[in-house]
Design a protein around this ligand. Structure first.
Ligand code: NAD
Length: 376
């Protein structure tokens, strides 16, 4: 049954405090779409860095407050990044944010009886696609990785002819052709590079080729057959990884721009580029390692730093979506709107039904007591 306006749930949006984080979890356009179901309180300035001023939130029907008020008054608190210790909602309240891979955070929030709906747990099923922040943000990261890589190169990506002569197009490869890798491939193609892709999942070949890129084959079928469950890759054995690195090194020696995105859920990123391969690469080439957060696909990657080795530039950006904060926030917010609309369907409280595939997956890992509190 839908709620009357008076008992609408209070949803709060906190400003991001992590260094370099410019995104906001909900934008005014999405608040407008949800305002009949909930009241919204936004921390002053939360949307400013992403291009959404306080007055645009007020126009959408939200109230501006300070962080203390958001945490005190709201039944549900929404933010992008995992919360700091001073950003914890009160016991029995619900927090929606990233942070599902941090067991310490999970334990801390459980002890405080806060229900944490960690966005990493949104299941990758068709019904939940609109709620999948990992995909929307990976897509932006893939695009931005090519833009950042192109800026660091001292050559052009497209072929260019002038009266002075003709410049050959740059050669680019994406290692890992999931959401970010495919977007990097599409972006580099649009910019005119000669584009290649590689992935251990067999299904990726057709996706790479459908974007007009060349799929790099490894002769050894054992190392290229890494399909796991749920569309993700399976972790390879030490021996398989070593053979894969050797098979890829000859290809990498011919590339000027390398975007690496290879990840295994819950595991360190596979090492695809070791010191030997770096030594074979052309000076002036650029590697953008999108797996820096989980250890990196390149041996010298340092999170959020740029390292030069034998003239090869290795970048390890961990938060490229924040560079494009306005559109990244639009996508993030669209995902949160879809999630809130699902959880508020037919109810004036969050409908956290463990038998529902979406809320069931989000609740996985919560203690029995906090789950009961959420449903109350
Ligand atoms: P991810 O970020 O976990 O990994 C990125 C890519 O790295 C994956 O394609 C993976 O196969 C690849 N990889 C892992 N180890 C590798 C190695 N040693 N060498 C080369 N590549 C390696 O994955 P992702 O981008 O989040 O998505 C993975 C899959 O899930 C894709 O097929 C994607 O289309 C699918 N997906 C489905 C949904 C849905 O709702 N149904 C949503 C998002 C993604």
């Amino acid at each position: 049954m839908s709620s009357g306006n008076s008992d609408r749930i209070n949803i709060g949006i906190l400003a991001e405090r992590a260094a370099g984080e410019r995104r906001v979890a909900l934008i005014p356009a999405d608040i407008k779409k949800l305002i009949s179901k909930a009241k919204f309180v936004i921390e002053s300035g939360a949307g400013r860095e992403a291009g959404f001023d306080d007055n645009t939130y007020v126009e959408a029907g939200a109230r501006i407050a300070d962080s203390w008020e958001v945490l005190e008054d709201c039944d549900v608190v929404v933010k992008v990044r995992p919360p700091g210790r001073s950003e914890t909602p009160r016991a029995g309240r619900t927090l929606i944010s990233l942070g599902g891979h941090d067991p310490n955070l999970g334990e801390f929030l459980r002890k405080r009886s806060v229900i944490h709906l960690a966005l990493e747990r949104v299941p990758r099923i068709t019904r939940a696609q609109a709620m999948d922040v990992l995909s929307s943000q990976a897509s932006i990261a893939g695009y931005a990785s090519v833009i950042e890589g192109a800026r660091a190169l001292d050559i052009l990506l497209p072929m260019l002819t002038t009266a002075a002569g003709t410049i050959k197009p740059a050669r680019m490869i994406a290692l890992g052709a999931g959401v970010a890798g495919l977007q990097a491939i599409a972006t580099a193609r649009r910019l005119g590079a000669v584009v290649h892709g590689f992935d251990v999942r067999a299904a990726a070949r057709q996706q790479v080729e459908s974007l007009g890129a060349k799929f790099v084959s490894v002769d050894d079928t054992d190392i290229g057959a890494g399909e796991g469950s749920g569309g993700y890759a399976r972790e390879q054995s030490h021996d398989q990884q070593e053979r894969l690195r050797r098979a890829l090194s000859a290809h990498l020696a011919t590339m000027q721009l390398v975007i690496t995105t290879a990840q295994i859920p819950g595991r360190p990123a596979p090492l695809l580029i070791d010191h030997d391969t770096l030594g074979m690469m052309q000076p002036g080439s650029v590697i953008v390692d999108l797996a820096a957060e989980t250890g990196g696909n390149c041996a010298v990657t340092r999170p959020d730093e740029t390292v030069m080795v034998n003239g090869v530039c290795v970048m390890g950006p961990r938060n490229l979506p924040s560079l494009m904060a306005r559109d990244a926030s639009r996508f993030f917010s669209g995902n949160i709107r879809a999630l809130l609309a699902h959880l508020l369907e037919g109810s004036n409280r969050l409908n956290l039904d463990a038998s529902d595939p979406i809320s069931g997956a989000l609740l996985a890992g919560q203690s029995a007591t906090s789950t009961a509190a959420a449903a109350a």
